[in-house]
Write a protein that binds this ligand. Structure first.
Ligand code: PMP
Length: 382
């Protein structure tokens, strides 16, 4: 991150916290040598570090250490859950606004003979719980609903969804990649069977994540190899990355309440500032029950991707980093037209942002919008 950049893309990736890096460094140098799965002194040292990290991750979500499987990130965790924990013949129900690493498992599940359904959402991205209830009554189900959406920030009614799943004996998977840095989560109290998380959404390193698998849940691995992680995920666990995820999990527990407060204040300032400065801007994110750091807006008539090229010093997204520039399936499911989707911008506010940065971002975006509208007058008038 250059010093002149205003980084407002924390939903795509958070910077590694200095304390997390400090915890990792000894495991990246020569002193960190040793395969954590090897039966020798270096291996045992590394294995102990993994055990401590696993316990920290478990504590973050109210699980036990034995229920945590380290993965390469939330994409792998989601794939493992969807392709490894759906009992034969069960229907699979996912929200229409899930991350592509959930949605894109559906064709494979359909080939395996599972009926699949995408649950509709309302105009602010909240899942239709009554439709879920109808579907659950039709037969045994595996349900995957994210805690908070990565493009618009909507928090789903997880308590209600989990209670319904329990009532009908359904298995519930939650992709919590976006919410754990600012919101508490307790898998045992809520009644969640599987949960995905990712290091680089939690001020930890990229390339590491975890899947919580409730003790006793039938689970098929995706990789075949050694006996690592009780065969649930073969492959050597990268010690330094796992230690980083553990440190990030510990830090999240200490900081999430203060972080959420700070970030919410900044979001209020951003929301009000944009609404006052830019004509024809609309908020796509819900005013409440929304991720503290997420604000998704549409600026009418503007091609946001093109306009943002004019202000490279403000790091923003026009959708999720995983969307590859295609129109957002999230905004489409919320009922937005392609015209509005082209003007959509996602702000991802984080721990280290300041009020001054927010004000500068508002000014830069206001000027860039005016310039873009002037330069493309016939298009914006259409
Ligand atoms: N789920 C959600 C909700 C996400 O936001 C992301 C990252 N954009 C992922 C899954 C994938 O995470 P990773 O980058 O760790 O594979």
């Amino acid at each position: 991150m250059s010093r002149t950049e205003i980084y407002l893309d924390h939903l795509a990736s958070t910077p590694i916290d200095a304390a997390v890096l400090d915890a990792m460094l000894p495991w990246l140098g020569a002193g960190g040598v040793g395969n954590p799965h090897a039966a020798n002194s270096a291996g045992w040292r590394a294995a102990e570090a993994l055990d401590r990290a696993r316990a920290e991750v478990a504590k973050l979500i109210g699980a036990t250490a034995g229920e945590i499987v380290f993965t390469s990130g939330a994409t792998e965790s989601n794939n493992l859950a969807l392709l490894g924990a759906v009992p034969e013949g069960w229907q699979v129900i996912v929200s229409a606004i899930e991350h592509p690493s959930v949605i894109n498992c559906l064709p494979t599940l359909a080939l395996r003979g599972h009926p699949t359904t995408k649950l509709p959402v309302d105009p602010y991205g909240f899942v239709d719980v009554s439709r879920l209830s109808q579907l659950l009554a039709e037969g045994p189900a595996f349900v995957s609903v994210m805690s908070a959406n990565n493009e618009v920030g909507s928090f789903q009614a997880l308590d209600q969804i989990a209670a319904l799943c329990r009532q009908f004996g359904a298995t519930l998977h939650v992709d919590a990649a976006q919410s754990l840095s600012t919101c508490a989560m307790d898998v045992a109290a809520t009644g969640i069977d599987l949960l995905s998380l990712s290091g680089h959404k939690l001020y930890g390193p990229m390339g590491i994540g975890a899947l919580f698998v409730r003790d006793g849940l039938p689970f098929r691995p995706m990789f075949f190899g050694g006996k690592q992680q009780s065969r649930r995920r073969s492959g050597t666990v990268p010690t330094a990355l796992a230690v980083g995820l553990g440190a990030a999990s510990r830090l999240a527990q200490e900081r999430r309440t203060d972080d959420a407060k700070h970030i919410s204040v900044l979001k209020g300032r951003l929301d009000a500032g944009l609404a006052a400065a830019i004509p024809d801007i609309r908020r796509n994110s819900a005013a409440k029950d929304c991720l503290p750091g997420c604000l998704n807006v549409s600026i009418d008539g503007v091609d946001a991707a093109d306009m943002l090229l004019d202000i490279p010093s403000v790091v923003l997204s026009t959708g999720s980093a995983c969307g590859n520039g295609e129109p957002s399936h999230v905004l489409a499911a919320m009922g937005h037209t392609e015209y509005a989707m082209h003007g959509s911008i996602r702000f991802g506010i984080g721990r280290t942002n300041t009020g001054e940065e927010i004000d500068m971002a508002i000014d830069l975006l206001t000027d860039a919008t005016a310039r873009w509208r002037r330069a493309n007058a016939p298009l914006s008038a259409a």
